[in-house]
Ligand binder design. Structure first.
Ligand SMILES: Nc1ncnc2c1ncn2[C@@H]1O[C@H](COP(=O)(O)OP(=O)(O)OP(=O)(O)O)[C@@H](O)[C@H]1O
Length: 255
């Protein structure tokens, strides 16, 4: 289950970071941000890898492949849900199964990076789930929506944001010839021209509104190449010096 993408009719709620007046929209509205060169100490927790891209571009597929190919290094965060577990599911493995009351309470207390509703059930990625992966020594890889950018850009998570961009239109069509898309109405139907057009429009908007937060861009043309690029970028994020907001290194009350 993919958490919150536009096609799923889910209503994505940003966490408190994007709602609260102190940190929210601060960086989004501010054309400049003080940055410093940061090199992660080998003993520090890994930086969160957050993937972002227009719906259907292949963010989830890339993330899953990265984890499947390197399960000892990368891991996703276990989401919370209010839906009932299926027979084979175990709480804490596929999902943290919780009551609506507990979920609402967590949302109220700003415990989610993002959450949303899908077919009457709530789903959310909690900060604690991400922290659990980072504390285990693995690199946590999650998908985010633009409205969660501020939530992951924190002193604790120090997210490295990778934007997954569609290739030029003719390559997009060619590479997705045998692929299937899941929409609000269909599970796995072939891509149509409208899907490609919508993806390109979404991509343009995302780039124009948020490109200042992209630490790295991957053009998702051939899947295998993209996966190799993602692995290299995720390693670089941990091992090489990067520009990060100064507030991450000299935390203020707001960061
Ligand atoms: N580089 C690629 N070449 C061909 N097909 C691809 C590529 N990347 C992803 N796909 C296929 O495109 C479809 C959509 O991918 P995916 O579900 O990962 O998209 P997404 O960005 O997570 O969007 P959504 O959140 O709307 O599901 C899948 O069938 C996937 O296998």
């Amino acid at each position: 289950m993919r958490l919150c993408r536009r096609r799923s009719h889910s209503t994505i709620q940003p966490s408190c970071y994007t709602r609260c007046p102190s940190s929210c929209h601060k960086a989004l509205n501010c054309p400049y941000e003080e940055v410093v060169r940061y090199q992660r100490h080998p003993q520090d927790a890994h930086r969160l890898i957050a993937l972002l891209g227009p719906s259907g571009v292949g963010v989830n597929k890339l993330r899953r492949r990265l984890i499947e190919m390197n399960p000892n290094i990368f891991q996703g965060a276990v989401p919370h849900t209010t839906r009932a577990p299926k027979g084979y599911e175990e709480s804490g493995r596929e999902y943290h199964f919780t009551s609506r009351e507990i979920f609402d309470n967590m949302a109220y207390n700003n415990r989610f990076l993002e959450y949303g509703e899908y077919k009457g059930n709530l789903y959310g990625t909690s900060i604690a789930s991400v922290r659990e992966v980072l504390n285990s020594g693995k690199i946590c890889v999650i998908d985010i929506e633009p409205n969660s950018i501020q939530a992951v850009r924190s002193h604790e998570l120090r997210a490295y944001i990778i934007y997954v961009k569609p290739p030029p239109p003719e390559r997009l069509k060619e590479t997705r010839r045998d692929s299937y898309i899941t929409t609000s109405y269909y599970v796995n139907r072939p891509f149509k021209d409208e899907d490609f057009q919508e993806m390109e429009e979404d991509a343009q908007k995302m780039e124009s509104d948020f490109c200042q937060f992209f630490d790295h861009v991957i053009v998702n043309d051939e899947q295998q190449d993209s996966c190799v690029q993602l692995l290299a970028a995720a390693r670089k994020a941990q091992d090489e010096p990067q520009w990060v907001p100064a507030s991450w290194i000299r935390p203020t009350a707001e960061s």
